[in-house]
Design a protein. Structure first.
Length: 726
């Protein structure tokens, strides 16, 4: 088939394709097709075409939606680049995916040019008037004629990045078949109605924001586009535009309820993913008849893997439901499937699963044995480590790393269990990945950047439990003699408490990145003084902000002479967490640390009263921990951008079961003391969109409680009845 929009415009020319939330301007499918045809023609005139990879670094504009469909129309692969990332991070992604061009906008032009400055042969185009002489305006040429190529389900439609267990983000190619199959399976579970409107306030470089763009065209429904998230504004847009579906992470939903108390009764689906949904939040939604569908998904699965309906959520608190149609989920331990009730690693397979990860040019060929397997073979299974080839019909091929695949499919790195009735419960990560507000953060990547600072000797980065974000990024920074000098100041010694050397609570063998031998030889700190930051913390935070996305910057920082270590010499993560819990602090309480990004909030609305669960309006408490970096609804947009990663990043638990240290624990080389401070974090996540059907006769489906599809008449609601029962 050709690009999906070219088929949709034939069947639904007058249907509303897109509404811009900021001003209500609407585009019919004919209007959108005209925009896409012009954009595609200009891309071709600039030399881009079939088989190319086009990186897109633009805000969530209407024009960005046009670029999604325009790349498909010319047979190119869409590669979204996160606008919240630094030039350094974007450069790594450009290099890793071997892009043929980068398209930016006025707000992102400087970042784009900085990112490509050391990469040869990657032109930069802007959808706006360029300010840099090295940037070419997309509109500088007239559209060229083109003959849209035919697409196979094996052709790579897009490449998105997700964090890998080694700390390096992995490029994930998703084929047209992956995205199409995901849209079909989601429609079966959530239902689709002709008048559905799906609101997107998540970044389009996450699957939670991008999936609705593709799905709305497949379904023939309407996409409502916000240029960023803020709690009150997003809730108001749902009401103003009769939105029926929205993808959110728990942090976003909580903030919306704190602002508005409840959400519009136009909603049919609130797809909630990217992080565990707290029981009190689900109960709050049930009390207000908000139709919440907790979901578990990941980029590699083109979004949803399992999804629970409101009724299932009521009966089984904590479940993320059953697998979607066509997706097989197996829980394995030691490579073998386990019985219901037993825990193990979650492994997934099916038509929505990526054929593999793109292999970096010049990578180790031994990491991907078995070259020559086709993409079809890769999707079906095959060796635990093999390569394949993405693309037919002239699309450029690329080797695939399938080392994370086994006989039962893709190993997710998440730990979970099925109950006796086949409902999945996701518990935590296999490794020590931090999930903050639905966004994946790799501790090794953060530590490597912080170690580059001149005054820092070493760094240990871990995740700490956080009631709002799930986990927050925390760093224990070793600064050697500088700390000893600060701690030796008599004025400091007299003003601060001693450190309790017995504070070493943690968890069982390696459960959150802890070392397996730590239980036998838990290290602790020696008694010492807590003093002020021994380095210029404002400069340190600014250093991190220039090199890391906001959500990766540690929210909690403590300083020590040296890191606590086990008897084997490795960093004791459990002792590190204990020190950070006890002595870490939040710099938002220090008005001098504006470089951390925490400006005072400007509550534009009266604070909402506390609900029965004790949740208070975030407008009333601008400095509380449930706010992202920044304040007010304007700054909520930045948090929402991070919240996008969420829905596809894998829903994981807090991952910090504690096992208190006992007397007699052996003490290895420990830190001599700890001082505290804290930096910033932003939240983030992902999801899906669900819609389909139109008045021109396309099939509508509604999902029943078991996830099976059933025919629905025009105007019927699929699972709304389940909300009443919830």
């Amino acid at each position: 088939m050709r690009d999906w929009l070219s088929h949709r415009v034939v069947s639904s020319p007058d249907g509303t394709a897109l509404v811009r939330a900021e001003d209500g301007e609407a585009w019919s499918y004919t209007d959108l097709d005209r925009l896409v045809a012009e954009t595609a023609g200009r891309l071709v005139a600039h030399g881009l075409g079939e088989g190319d990879r086009v990186g897109v670094l633009t805000p969530p504009y209407v024009g960005t939606v046009g670029l999604v469909h325009a790349t498909m129309r010319i047979g190119a692969t869409f590669v979204p680049l996160g606008e919240e990332l630094t030039a350094r991070e974007i450069a790594a992604r450009i290099d890793r995916t071997d892009l043929d061009a980068v398209v930016c906008a006025e707000p992102t032009e400087s970042t784009a040019t900085a990112a490509v400055s050391e990469i040869e042969g990657v032109p930069v185009y802007s959808v706006d008037d360029p300010a840099d002489a090295d940037v070419t305006g997309i509109h500088d040429v007239d559209p060229a004629s083109l003959d849209p190529p035919e697409w196979s389900f094996e052709d790579p439609l897009c490449v998105l990045f997700t964090s890998g267990t080694t700390g390096e983000p992995k490029p994930v190619p998703l084929t047209a078949g992956n995205v199409y199959s995901s849209a079909v399976a989601s429609a079966f579970r959530l239902g689709v109605e002709a008048d559905d409107r799906w609101l997107v306030s998540l970044s389009l470089h996450h699957m939670g924001g991008l999936a609705p763009v593709y799905r709305s065209v497949l379904y023939g429904t309407t996409l409502v586009l916000r240029e960023g998230f803020d709690a009150g504004g997003t809730a108001d847009d749902i009401d103003a535009y009769d939105v029926t579906g929205v993808s959110l992470v728990p942090t976003m939903l909580r903030r919306m309820l704190n602002r508005r108390g409840t959400l519009s009764d136009s909603l049919r689906v609130v797809l909630l993913g990217g992080a565990p949904a707290p029981a009190e939040l689900l109960e709050r939604c049930r009390d207000y008849s908000i139709p919440v569908y907790p979901t578990y998904g990941m980029t590699e699965a083109a979004s949803q893997i399992t999804t629970a309906t409101p009724r299932q959520t009521r009966d089984r608190i904590g479940t993320v439901g059953k697998p979607l149609f066509g997706t097989d989920v197996t829980v394995v331990d030691g490579g073998d499937p386990v019985d219901p009730g037993e825990t193990g690693e979650i492994v997934v397979s099916g038509p929505t699963i990526t054929p593999g990860y793109l292999v970096e040019d010049g990578g180790d060929p031994d990491a991907v044995d078995g070259a020559g397997a086709s993409t079809a073979d890769a999707v079906e299974g095959g060796d635990a480590s093999s390569t394949g080839s993405v693309g037919v019909n002239g699309i450029e091929t690329a080797d695939l790393d399938r080392s994370d695949f086994g006989p039962y499919g893709l190993r997710t790195g998440d730990v979970g269990r099925f109950d006796e009735d086949g409902y999945l419960h996701v518990l935590n990560r296999v490794d020590d990945r931090i999930i903050s507000g639905g966004e994946n953060v790799e501790p090794g990547e953060v530590a490597d950047v912080l170690r580059e600072y001149d005054d820092v000797d070493d760094v240990a980065v871990v995740g700490l439990d956080d009631e709002v974000w799930g986990e927050r990024v925390a760093a224990l920074v070793a600064v050697g003699d500088q700390f000893r000098s600060a701690a030796a100041d008599p004025a400091v010694d007299d003003a601060v408490p001693e450190i309790d050397p017995s504070v070493t609570d943690g968890e069982a063998d390696g459960a959150d990145g802890g070392d397996a031998e730590s239980e036998a030889a838990m290290s602790a700190t020696g008694a010492g003084s807590v003093g002020p930051a021994p380095i210029d913390e404002a400069a340190f935070v600014e250093f991190a902000r220039e090199r890391l996305a906001r959500f990766k910057i540690p929210k909690t920082i403590a300083y020590t002479a040296e890191l606590p270590r086990t008897v084997s010499g490795t960093v004791d993560r459990e002792a590190t967490r204990a020190l950070l819990r006890e002595h870490g602090a939040d710099p938002r309480g220090n008005p001098d640390l504006e470089t951390a990004g925490f400006e005072p909030a400007d509550p534009a609305e009266p604070p909402a009263e506390s609900d029965a669960a004790g949740n208070e309006s975030d407008a009333a408490e601008p400095d509380s921990d449930d706010r992202p970096a920044g304040g007010g609804e304007a700054d909520d947009a930045a948090g929402g951008a991070n919240d996008a990663g969420a829905l596809e990043g894998g829903t994981v638990g807090d991952g910090e079961p504690s096992s208190d240290a006992t007397e007699g624990d052996e003490v290895a080389a420990g830190s001599e003391g700890v001082t505290r401070r804290d930096a910033e974090v932003g939240g983030d996540e992902d999801g899906d969109v669900e819609t389909s059907g139109d008045e021109d006769g396309d099939v509508e489906t509604s999902g029943d409680e078991d996830g099976d599809a059933r025919a629905g008449a025009d105007g019927e609601r699929s699972d709304a009845d389940a909300v009443d029962d919830a």
